[in-house]
Design a protein around this ligand. Structure first.
Ligand code: ZN
Ligand code: ZN
Length: 353
């Protein structure tokens, strides 16, 4: 739904200083006779605005290529000098629409400083400054600070990852751990939406809970927009759109018990030297099969660590078993170390000498 009202734009005469002249009525300054300048037009405040009755809109004014006088879009020759207006340039519009919410009042956008605007447009086109309002400049400074901060963090992270030095170290020891997780088949409390409950669930209880939200229309939100028509007038349009609120949608949540496999405990074996071959721990499984209280083996994990010393620093590499096996005690190796993190890059391990 929109309704439209038409009002006069305002302009200030830059020759004699007369202010708040009417865009449609005063094509020339009533004081000194100077022609209106399309680029001097601005929106009035609510108290200043003058309605245009029975407005006929032909399009934005055109500018006489010979004498710069503004002419209505429906005229064929300049009313001032008679030059044909066939290829005449269109009047410039106030580019930013004004918008207010219900209950607010429009303020005048005030006389425009064309020279300043041009200067800023040129700077902007050349990429020298962002939009020039002080408010947005502060916003941009904040943004630049944030981007700069993120950039610094990224640079620091990259340096931490890639800045490395080479070190020479000797092997001070070996260690290993092997671990098996053990699962148990047991009753487990779970919950799910009742339409997705497993078929072997038992001891079921239901509860009504919010499953999703539905959007319900909840009145209108209206604003008024001012648009420069370019012929010395502007239109005020009322624009409304439907507001929505979230309404919860309830469904049945089922709380139940099911018999399932799940992690119960871990069995672990560990050693400290190359002499003892790594072995898997005894899992001591109680009872196999699928009964309540039955157990089975789950995931296996193994770590094979070699410990190094270089001057004051100690390093540890987690290797695969064949490589771990092939590194003798007290042998000397080179590898890269992060300058900032002091973490070894074990993929660069190489026998020294
Ligand atoms: Zn004047
Ligand atoms: Zn002319």
């Amino acid at each position: 739904m929109s309704s439209e009202q038409v009002y006069e734009m305002l302009w200030d005469c830059k020759y004699c200083g007369t202010k708040k002249l009417l865009g449609k009525t005063h094509r020339f300054c009533p004081n000194c006779g100077a022609p209106q300048d399309d680029e001097a037009r601005y929106f009035p405040s609510d108290d200043e605005k003058v309605a245009v009755k029975d407005h006929v809109f032909y399009g934005a004014d055109v500018i006489c290529p010979n004498c710069d006088t503004l002419n209505s879009a429906n005229s064929q020759f300049c009313q001032q000098c008679g030059t044909p207006l066939t290829d005449a340039k269109k009047a410039e519009l106030v580019s930013d629409d004004q918008v207010i919410r219900d209950g607010e009042k429009f303020e005048s956008t005030g006389p425009r400083d064309i020279a300043q605007e041009r200067y800023e447009q040129k700077l902007e086109a050349a990429g020298l400054t962002p939009k020039s309002k002080p408010k947005s400049r502060r916003g941009n400074l904040g943004l630049i600070a944030i981007l700069g901060g993120i950039g610094l963090v990224i640079v620091f992270a990259l340096v931490a990852i890639f800045w490395k030095r080479e070190t020479t170290a000797y092997v001070t020891g070996h260690s290993w751990t092997r671990e098996i997780s053990i699962e148990e088949f047991a009753p487990r409390a779970q919950n799910a939406w009742c339409d997705a409950m497993p078929s072997d669930a038992y001891s079921v209880s239901r509860r009504s809970e919010v499953r999703s939200y539905r959007q319900i229309p909840d009145g209108e939100e209206c604003s008024t927009r001012r648009v420069d028509n370019g012929d010395g007038t502007f239109s005020e349009r009322r624009e409304c759109r439907t507001k929505y609120r979230d309404e919860p949608v309830y469904d049945n949540m089922c709380y139940f018990t099911v018999n399932r496999w799940g992690y119960e405990r871990s069995a672990r074996a560990a050693g400290e030297s190359l002499k003892e071959q790594p072995y898997w721990p005894d899992t001591q499984i109680r009872q196999t099969g699928t009964c309540i209280g039955c157990e089975r083996e789950g995931q296996r994990n193994a770590d094979y660590l070699v410990h190094f010393r270089a001057d004051q620093d100690e390093y540890t590499c987690n290797l695969d078993q064949p490589q771990w096996d092939s590194i003798p005690l007290e042998s000397t190796w080179t590898f890269k170390v992060g300058v900032i993190t002091n973490q070894p890059d074990c993929s660069t391990l190489a026998r020294a000498g």
